[in-house]
Design a protein around this ligand. Structure first.
Ligand code: AMP
Length: 321
């Protein structure tokens, strides 16, 4: 089943303890599309300026991403720059955000795009996310949304409207706290679920993700990586694996969501191993399968059988009788 994504496509300048680069291919929709392309077909809606490199369009096309909705407008491509904390790569400062051609962008979906069953509203102006959502011919099977503090701080009312219409919300833990004004993540997720979404995915960087649904929580760890070169785009790559898997399986049950969370973690783990999309763009099917198997080894343990007790229970029973 096909998927539509709207989000940023742009150039990033990043500094991390293990590398830095200027005008690297980035953007929420870029990471998402490349990651999701390993699982399902993806149509991209975004805008770039005339300075966007043709190689980068070719890269997306080589991954089977449908770029008919990637408009090339007069002006400069979106730019973002950030610096990661040398003592804790989970922390970063945004140094600059230039919306450039995105500030004038008015997406207009064609018939095929309006009929996609899976919609991902990647991190971008919530007004644009709403414009895309409102153009869908019928309610997609699954609508997911991601965002960032930049938009929580500047456009919370619009973002709230998008969230009310979504099934799944992806936010990192800081964004969740800031949006919900709740310090506790469980309470923060409940605030979002009370607005309408059935699922909240709380991203916790190197600590993995928590998948909150009504009445249940599932934890997926982050794969332990020795050389985290650049965490930029890990969240978008996670969402790409997550949504790409669900779209390919055409399954939106809780079991499929848990599987999707592990595949999201697999794709996020590849994204951080290089600057920009270098690693993510060059994966084989075997790479993905093998890391998926590694995740099983990472998390697998024998559950207690219904008649089984932990070994020390008999001892404790004796003490407390
Ligand atoms: P992540 O590391 O998952 O938060 O995503 C980083 C990507 O988001 C980078 O490649 C940036 O180009 C993009 N980005 C940063 N700020 C914004 C923003 N305000 N709106 C849209 N995309 C952004």
């Amino acid at each position: 089943m096909g998927m539509l994504v709207v989000g940023s496509v742009g150039y990033d300048t990043v500094w991390t303890p293990l590398g830095s680069g200027t005008d690297l291919l980035g953007g929420s929709a870029t990471y998402f599309s490349i990651s999701a392309s390993y699982f399902s077909s993806v149509s991209l809606v975004a805008v770039v300026g005339r300075d966007f490199r043709s190689d980068d369009i070719a890269l997306l096309k080589n991954h089977g991403v449908n770029t008919n909705g990637l408009e090339i407008a007069p002006g400069k491509t979106f730019r973002w720059s950030g610096r990661y904390n040398p003592d804790d790569v989970n922390l970063r400062d945004t140094l600059d955000t230039q919306l450039n051609v995105f500030s004038e962008f008015e997406p207009s979906l064609d018939r095929e795009q309006r009929n996609q069953e899976y919609l991902f509203l990647a991190n971008i102006d919530p007004e644009l996310q709403l414009q895309v959502l409102n153009q869908m011919e019928r309610r997609p099977k699954l609508v997911a949304v991601d965002t960032m503090n930049f938009w929580i701080d500047s456009k919370k009312p619009h973002l709230s409207k998008v969230i009310e219409l979504a099934d799944v919300v992806f936010m990192d833990e800081g964004e969740l706290r800031s949006f919900s004004e709740e310090a506790n993540l469980v309470k923060a997720a409940k605030v979002i679920m009370a607005m309408g979404p059935k699922t909240v995915v709380a991203k916790q960087g190197e600590h993995g993700v928590l998948l909150f649904e009504h009445g249940s929580v599932f934890a997926a760890p982050a794969y332990p990586i020795e050389r985290v070169v650049d965490p930029t785009g890990a969240g978008d790559s996670f969402a790409g694996g997550f949504m790409g898997y669900l779209a390919s399986e055409e399954d939106t049950t809780d079991t499929a969501f848990r599987h999707a969370a592990i595949l999201g973690s697999v794709m996020g783990s590849f994204a951080v191993e290089s600057l920009s999309v270098e690693k993510l763009r060059s994966l084989s099917y075997q790479d993905v399968v093998s890391r998926f198997r590694d995740f099983w080894m990472l998390t697998n343990f024998n559950p207690l059988g219904s008649e089984e007790n932990l070994p020390w229970q008999t001892k404790n029973d004796a003490i407390y009788q």
